[in-house]
Design a protein around this ligand. Structure first.
Ligand code: NDP
Ligand SMILES: CC[C@](O)(C(C)=O)C(=O)O
Ligand code: MG
Ligand code: MG
Length: 491
């Protein structure tokens, strides 16, 4: 076993990275039929395991959970979650040999161990599925030749997979078939049926590759989706406290602010989010975000390069081998930040006030989304996939911060995403130190008002609007959002 991606020729690497086709809704007319009546066994009942299983059962499929012996004997959370929701739970020996489809929904760190344990028990010609291809792409796991290997990767946290399904919608999903393991040619039909069962087809499905999924997923989660939201939360909160803003107000503005401003993003992209500001505030947010883009661009590019070249995965696997020392230390450190420890006050903040008093947060979101999108597309990842991993998923992660701050975000995302988030945060905070020294409450904590008495320069406003609207993330976003007709409001 070794890094599978790194064994490919440059031509194959580029071709795999570029595999991404937005599927037409007519391609899902067969619904869940390819999996109807099949025995589906999920290994692991955590963030994705439980929520995907609930959706798939509601879609008429036969779901049960195989858990390791200790989880059953000790009645761990996974056992309680599965059994209290009325699912059949059993050991690997009891359930895996009966399965037509095994969904490996355990943490990435465990995949080699889990797959090596489960594979000998799987029946001839069964299918093994992943929701993230790390094990195949970065670790080079080789799967028995008779088994089909597919991926159905929801582009969002497990909690939102369930919430969006209950709202009658779904989350964009990337599907793939591992080309080395499709002996019966049934992989795509099964992956499509699985995406329908989780509700993904209602939000948009990309037919992609294991490689494109891994490289884009890692990049999104480390930078804009989790890393920058963590850095931004800590820096904006600390600045408000330094400048004398009430701590409870500051805590609330950040905790619920990301969710509110990114709701604008979800509906109408960066253009709509920025349009929610007054014209002077929009110009200010644009200027701040341009400066942020210049400062952070090298960091975003470094993350992309480290992901593509395998340095990120090698570093994280070294931490796995070191009993997660870095991950656990960073997790404990995050719990001690002032933002995390300061409860939000019950002061009323209107939806508009989150924008007006959070100009810097809006600037950070614009800078982060555009930088992540640019770094991904420059590396050969297709724009639709880069859009899901930057703009579309940001509001879904912001929802988790609204629930219980950074603790909740880092609990519901995968351990892989959490590790990458801290890695980015640790590099980004010092990078923004000089920039933050110049920041005052006019752009975070209080309402921005241009005080030069000259009003708005029309020519500048036209220039700013054009720059925002013409960014490629806005172009692909317009197309993709048009297919999300059933999207439901949250805020
Ligand atoms: N978190 C998310 O929202 C997303 C995750 N993904 C991907 O989905 C997959 C699952 O991630 P996620 O849902 O975060 O995982 P979780 O950390 O939530 O999964 C925990 C589950 O895995 C089980 N488990 C842990 N260690 C082992 C082991 N050694 N052997 C068997 N079972 C084990 C746990 O059971 P026990 O009680 O036995 O400990 C528990 O049921 C990953 O590949 C991830 O990258 C993809 C998109 C988003
Ligand atoms: C953003 C993090 C994620 O990739 C996800 C929820 O999509 C993860 O690994 O948890
Ligand atoms: Mg993801
Ligand atoms: Mg991920």
């Amino acid at each position: 076993m070794g890094n599978y991606f790194n064994t490919l020729s440059l031509r194959d690497k580029l071709s795999q990275l570029a595999k991404c086709r937005f599927m037409d809704s007519s391609e899902f007319e067969d619904g869940v039929n390819a999996l109807k009546g099949k025995k589906i066994v999920i290994v692991g009942c955590g963030a994705q395991g439980l929520n995907q299983g609930l959706n798939m059962r509601d879609s008429g499929l036969d779901i049960s959970y195989a858990l390791r012996d200790a989880a059953i004997a000790e009645k761990r959370a996974s056992f309680v979650n599965a059994s209290e929701n009325g699912f059949t739970v059993g050991t690997y020996q009891e359930l895996i040999p009966t399965a037509d489809l095994v969904l490996n929904l355990t943490p990435d760190k465990q995949h080699t161990n889990v797959v090596n344990t489960v594979m000998p028990l799987m029946k001839q010609g069964a299918t093994l599925s992943y929701s993230h291809g790390f094990n195949i792409v970065e670790e080079g796991m080789e799967i028995r030749e008779d088994l089909t290997v597919i991926m159905v990767a929801p582009k969002c946290p497990g909690t939102e997979v369930r919430e969006e399904y209950k709202r009658g919608f779904g989350v964009p999903t990337l599907i793939a078939v591992h080309e080395e393991n499709d002996p019966e040619g049934k992989g795509w039909a099964q992956a499509k049926a699985y995406a329908v069962a989780t509700g993904g087809d209602r939000a948009g499905v990309l037919a992609s590759s294991f490689i494109a999924e891994v490289k884009s997923d890692l990049m999104g989660e480390q930078t804009i989706l989790c890393g920058l939201l963590q850095t931004g939360s800590i820096l904006c909160f600390d600045k408000m406290i330094e400048k004398g803003i009430d701590a409870g107000y500051a805590s609330k503005l950040i905790q619920y602010g990301w969710e509110t401003i990114t709701e604008g993003l979800k509906y109408g992209g960066i253009t709509n989010m920025m349009d929610r500001l007054s014209n002077p505030a929009k110009i200010k947010a644009f200027e701040l975000s341009e400066e942020l883009k210049d400062i952070m661009r090298p960091l975003f590019q470094k993350h992309m390069d480290d992901i593509i070249e395998g340095r990120f995965s090698a570093g994280m696997m070294a931490d796995w081998a070191n009993d997660d020392k870095d991950l656990l230390g960073w997790r404990a450190e995050t719990a001690e930040t002032a933002f995390e420890k300061t409860p939000a006050s019950d002061v009323e903040i209107s939806e508009q006030e989150y924008y007006d008093n959070g100009v810097l947060m809006v600037a950070m979101v614009r800078a982060g989304v555009e930088l992540a999108f640019e770094a991904m597309t420059e590396s050969g990842i297709i724009d639709a996939s880069a859009y899901y991993e930057s703009l579309h998923e940001t509001p879904l992660i912001a929802n988790t911060i609204a629930r219980k701050k950074l603790y909740e975000m880092n609990s519901v995302i995968s351990d892989t995403a959490e590790y990458g988030c801290y890695l980015f945060d640790h590099a980004c905070k010092p990078l923004l130190a000089d920039f933050m020294k110049k920041i005052d409450t006019d752009v975070i904590g209080k309402t921005y008002a241009a005080d030069n008495g000259e009003g708005v320069d029309n020519a500048r406003l036209i220039e700013v609007n054009a720059a925002l609207r013409n960014h490629p993330v806005e172009k692909v976003g317009e197309f993709l959002r048009a297919s999300m007709t059933a999207m439901k409001p949250i805020v």
